[in-house]
Design a binder for this molecule. Structure first.
Ligand SMILES: [Zn+2]
Length: 348
């Protein structure tokens, strides 16, 4: 019996010495320590022995079993620790690795134009206003001297909503109406109201169904057309450079009288004519005039005491000229190739 135990112990220890991982260790454990394995067989062999021998060999077998189990457990702990360390090593986050670069973006050309124009007009003492993009017909047309049967309404194909009194504003002028109504015919006004407007246009390189207006309004006493001209002249010099000139041409708008087209000298040529300036040497960027007495009256200001001028321009048009962009659509299409491809040098 002693010999059997000794040789079995040697056999198991030999295998344990060469075992490399937890899986192999468990296989060895099953092979020797299962119910029908060789170690259990030793215990079965006790049955045929005398009581005294049973005591002696029983203890030997128990010690042997404990010893073997002990060795298994020590190895089991060792392998488990190794595996855990390996796992931790593999799953470690390497904080020295470079991160994923997330581009921070920059303002769009339209936003840049609005920010720049806002800075300019704030420096002249103007306030910046915003208003609703879904507007009342009354504010978008009627109070701007455009009654329902006015022929000028045909010129603007407007997006009316289900309720015919509601529409997507076709101009930001209703913001001016709202500010005038709040002024109650007593408060002088200096304001611009940059914002989106919507018109049913056929889309091409210079027309979109949605664009951004920068409209301005000044109401005070002793205001004349020369105030508008001085303001516009300062604006084009601020935006396009000191050498830029301003020019007015007669025009017609229902909400101003007199009305003017507002041109600036071409920033691309010396006035000799280029593809940007037709007619020669001048580019139209704005329209405006003196606020029509009917508009003043409807908005609560007495035209015998108050005068005002108003103007409007498209931020996209300014951006196209300032940043030399040939196609207005690229500003709304979100295609980066379009904005990267052309020369974006600022014209000053
Ligand atoms: Zn030109």
């Amino acid at each position: 019996m002693k010999e059997k135990i000794k040789s079995l112990k040697n056999e198991i220890e030999l295998e344990l010495n060469s075992v490399k991982n937890l899986k192999d260790l468990n296989e060895i454990k099953n092979k020797y320590l299962s119910k029908k394995g060789p170690v259990s067989e030793l215990s079965n062999g006790l049955r045929d022995l005398s009581i005294d021998d049973k005591k002696v060999y029983g203890k030997l077998i128990t010690d042997f079993k404990n010893d073997i189990n002990n060795q298994f457990n020590i190895l089991k702990d060792k392998f488990e620790t190794e595996e855990l360390n390996k796992k931790l090593e593999n799953e470690k986050i390497d904080i020295s690795m470079p991160g994923v670069n997330i581009g921070t973006g920059s303002p769009s050309f339209v936003e840049k134009v609005i920010d720049d124009a806002s800075d300019f007009f704030i420096s002249l003492g103007y306030d910046i206003y915003e208003g609703p993009e879904i507007e009342l017909d009354k504010y978008n047309f009627e109070m701007l001297n455009l009654p329902k049967d006015h022929p000028a309404r045909d010129a603007q194909d407007t997006y009316y909503l289900k309720d015919e009194d509601l529409l997507l504003r076709s101009q930001t002028s209703p913001v001016q109406v709202r500010v005038m109504l709040n002024g109650k015919g007593e408060t002088p006004i200096r304001m611009i109201c940059p914002g989106k407007v919507y018109r049913r246009e056929d889309i091409d390189a210079t027309h979109e169904q949605e664009f951004t207006q920068i409209e301005g309004l000044v109401i005070d006493k002793n205001i004349s057309l020369s105030d508008l001209k001085g303001t516009f002249d300062a604006f084009v010099k601020h935006t396009f450079g000191e050498n830029t000139e301003a020019r007015f041409r007669p025009s017609y708008y229902p909400f101003t009288e007199p009305s003017v087209e507002m041109d600036m000298s071409c920033i691309y040529c010396d006035g000799s004519g280029c593809s940007m300036c037709k007619p020669k040497g001048w580019i139209t960027i704005s329209g405006g005039g003196m606020v029509h007495p009917n508009v003043l009256r409807m908005c609560g200001y007495d035209p015998d005491k108050w005068q005002g001028f108003a103007f409007g321009m498209a931020a996209e048009r300014i951006a196209m000229l300032k940043y030399n962009m040939p196609d207005m659509r690229s500003m709304h299409e979100n295609d980066l190739r379009e904005t990267i491809n052309f020369d974006r040098k600022e014209v000053k």
